[in-house]
Design a protein around this ligand. Structure first.
Ligand SMILES: *Cc1c(COP(=O)(O)O)cnc(C)c1O
Length: 718
């Protein structure tokens, strides 16, 4: 979520009033902001997306609510020590979190473990779940919406409250799992997922019934939007409640369930797919397991009846297979809608990853390209740009971001360009000040700010970015013509690695080590600086997004489902250097190919190369002296020349994400960008084209799409 104070104040319309009132007491509102923790209730893009959706729900008064856990410790904070990532627990609730209200009387009791006798769950371990409602304020409309966070406590229903029980209750809401894009089947994580899925469903059923409505009409009033597979258990839990508590027959319960649940897929990385081991799933959730078995029996029966698939294919599609429960498969079968999060991503789902499911249920599949809330990522973070836009095109764009298109008219107007330039310099200065204050590194605001901030993952290819930087550095040291032609660059990285992700941590160490060497070199210092910002989070992002000239979106094509960082940068006037992946494809469509720097393999080429298995990274390396020299450089960074060998060997032997393969094209794209930056006026035109055509990427549009096609909610207040 990041911080709520400024967002809530601005949306309430009282920001200026409060600011001046504070001033009367000699208190700077910006200082007060720091009294609030970043609410780190998610891992990265997916969590931030949900936060953007809530902002819209409140601002457009849709009855849309978030449901999650009240983690005592949020996403870890990162320190870089001896160039390595060190994780610290995030005790975010130690600072006052004034936005939440505990709703003791709305507590629920959730059953774990036990055994099943005649379809009845016996002797479960009860955990009490207590909701804390967090208020998210809408944009000057008098509406607040709720993010409901569940905390766990010992349940009065539980007779035996021994130490093991109390520990379990304590642990469930203790901390957020910091893994992004990888899946580790941990029992605690299953407990967490069941807790927030079950409470969400129980709460909705209780509300539905208390309003005197018929249980059979549930789908008329509710949709559970399953946001990636983490809440998949909503499906069997709803079945359980409808059958065991409401006394419905399986068929009736299934009809209601499949008309109520909708699924959003956020990733196609194989290592991220959630698959639970049958044995402990059965132990933790015995009744739910029984229901899943029955769901799967009927699913495979339906597949056979369709006579479309071979036995092998049916095995592959099955919800249970290889002694595992495949959550994505359950979601597709149990939902009336399945969507991807960018046009390319949805096409890949339909034609490759979920091809057979698409054959079976073509009507379920649809696309909802992600968006970001322009209220936080433009209005709140970039007052300088807001001022220019208001002056040139009026203020109606704030309500309807597609109106930014009118700014297009000014793309050749020199006076406007000068204003945009001043805006960019001011935002670069603010970021440079922050970096200097926190890390003591000085940046020249006239240099090109080239920024890659996102989770550290091999598919995002921070390593390719670094290899290019090493190449540039070496060239600056040896090639005078190159040096004379080089526009000064400041390369900025920010990224957290999952604590157990060895290669990602090694890459952070390499970036940090290289940056120290480069920053100390007085020969090249005026032309090249490299910063790894510590503890990248939402608040940091609010400084970073408006300060970029160039936005690095260089994932291996087909691997990034959408990306949203790319949109935040674009909306603030950065040009994208990127691959045709995720929503980059749509950014190019909106802003025009001539206003970005696109390079590298297409998603089709990537998939073909995987299929025919002919890629030989070592050959690429042997034919490219730039790569060889960069590897030599890496050997000189440590007294042990083999210190970074795992990174090198990974590239030479496998290079699963085609870093070496795309390197040449990436260097060329940078050369083009370097030339383009010299023509300030032309660059500003491109920057303005990005701003003017970023309207499509507001989450207001995304949510309108969800609502028109999937939810059909009416506004609470008009
Ligand atoms: C937007 C955002 C992300 C997502 O970035 P991608 O480049 O889309 O992966 C991750 N972390 C934070 C803090 C963000 O604000």
């Amino acid at each position: 979520m990041g911080r709520l104070i400024t967002n809530n104040l601005e949306n309430s319309g009282y920001y200026d009033v409060v600011k001046s009132a504070f001033k009367d007491f000699n208190v700077d509102l910006n200082e007060v902001e720091h009294a609030e923790s970043d609410a780190g209730l998610g891992n990265g893009g997916l969590g931030r997306l949900s936060a953007c959706f809530l902002d819209y729900a409140a601002s457009l008064s849709l009855p849309l609510y978030g449901n999650s856990l009240r983690y005592e410790k949020g996403f870890f904070t990162q320190e870089i020590k001896n160039h390595q990532q060190v994780e610290h627990e995030d005790h975010w609730l130690d600072k006052p979190f004034i936005w939440e209200t505990k709703k003791e009387d709305e507590a629920l009791h959730v059953p774990f473990y036990g055994f099943v006798e005649d379809t009845v769950l016996k002797n479960p371990t009860w955990v009490k779940a207590v909701p804390y409602d967090v208020k998210v304020v809408g944009d000057q409309n008098g509406v607040v919406t709720t993010l409901r966070l569940w905390g766990t406590e010992p349940s009065e229903r539980q007779k035996n409250q021994d130490d093991a029980y109390l520990k379990m209750v304590d642990t469930i809401d203790d901390q957020l799992y910091p893994d992004d894009s990888t899946f580790a089947g941990k029992e605690l994580r299953l407990q967490q997922q069941y807790l927030f899925s079950a409470t969400g469903v129980m709460h909705a059923l209780r509300e539905h019934k208390s309003l005197g409505r018929d249980i059979k009409d549930l789908a008329k009033y509710y949709t559970f939007q399953i946001n990636d597979t983490h809440p998949t258990l909503v499906i069997p839990e709803l079945m359980r409640l409808l059958m065991d508590e409401e006394g419905l027959r399986y068929d009736d319960a299934w009809k209601i369930t499949t008309e109520t649940c909708a699924f959003t897929n956020h990733t196609i990385l194989a290592e991220a797919l959630e698959k639970w081991n049958v044995d402990f799933f059965k132990t933790v959730l015995p009744r739910i397991y029984e229901i899943v078995l029955e769901i799967n029996r009927r699913f495979t029966k339906a597949l056979r009846a369709k006579k479309m698939f071979s036995d092998v294919e049916i095995k592959q599609m099955s919800i249970i297979g290889d002694h595992q429960i495949r959550m994505a498969h359950m979601c597709i079968f149990g939902s009336f809608s399945v969507n991807g999060v960018a046009a390319l991503h949805t096409e890949i789902l339909k034609n490759i990853e979920m091809k057979n499911f698409y054959k079976m249920y073509p009507q379920k599949f649809n696309n909802k390209t992600n968006g970001i809330t322009h209220r936080r990522w433009l209005i709140h973070t970039n007052h300088e740009l807001v001022k220019i836009l208001d002056e040139k095109i009026g203020t109606s764009w704030r309500q309807d971001l597609t109106k930014l298109e009118a700014f297009d008219k000014f793309k050749d107007d020199e006076a406007t360009k000068q204003q945009v330039l001043q805006m960019k310099l001011a935002k670069k200065q603010a970021l440079a000040d922050r970096i200097y204050q926190l890390q003591g590194i000085k940046l020249d605001v006239n240099s090109l700010f080239d920024i890659q901030v996102k989770r550290l993952h091999e598919y995002k290819r921070q390593l390719m970015n670094l290899l290019h930087i090493i190449y540039v550095y070496q060239r600056l040291k040896t090639d005078k013509t190159f040096k004379d032609n080089y526009s000064a660059h400041s390369f900025i990285f920010g990224a957290k690695s999952a604590p157990s992700y060895y290669m990602a941590k090694k890459i952070i160490e390499l970036i940090s080590t290289v940056s120290e060497v480069i920053n100390q070199d007085e020969d090249t210092n005026h032309l090249l600086k490299v910063v790894f910002v510590e503890n990248y989070n939402v608040t940091y992002a609010e400084y970073i997004m408006p300060a970029a000239d160039l936005s690095e979106q260089i994932s291996t094509a087909s691997k990034e489902a959408s990306g949203t960082g790319n949109m935040k940068f674009m909306m603030n006037g950065a040009l994208t250097i990127g691959t045709m992946d995720g929503a980059n494809v749509e950014i190019v469509e909106e802003a025009g190919l001539e206003n970005e720097f696109i390079f590298g393999m297409s998603s089709k080429e990537v998939n073909e190369l995987y299929k025919n298995n002919t890629y030989q990274p070592r050959k690429v390396f042997e034919n490219d002296p730039r790569l060889q020299k960069a590897f030599e450089f890496m050997s000189q960074l440590n007294t042990d020349p083999n210190y970074f060998n795992d990174i090198k060997d990974g590239l030479l032997n496998k290079d699963y994400f085609f870093v070496l393969k795309d390197f040449d094209a990436y260097v060329k794209a940078h050369e083009t960008a370097n030339e383009a930056f010299k023509n300030q006026s032309a660059w500003l035109t491109k920057s303005m084209m990005n701003i003017a055509h970023s309207g499509y990427f507001t989450s207001d549009r995304t949510i309108e799409n969800y609502n028109n096609d999937i939810w059909h909610l009416s506004k609470i207040y008009k």
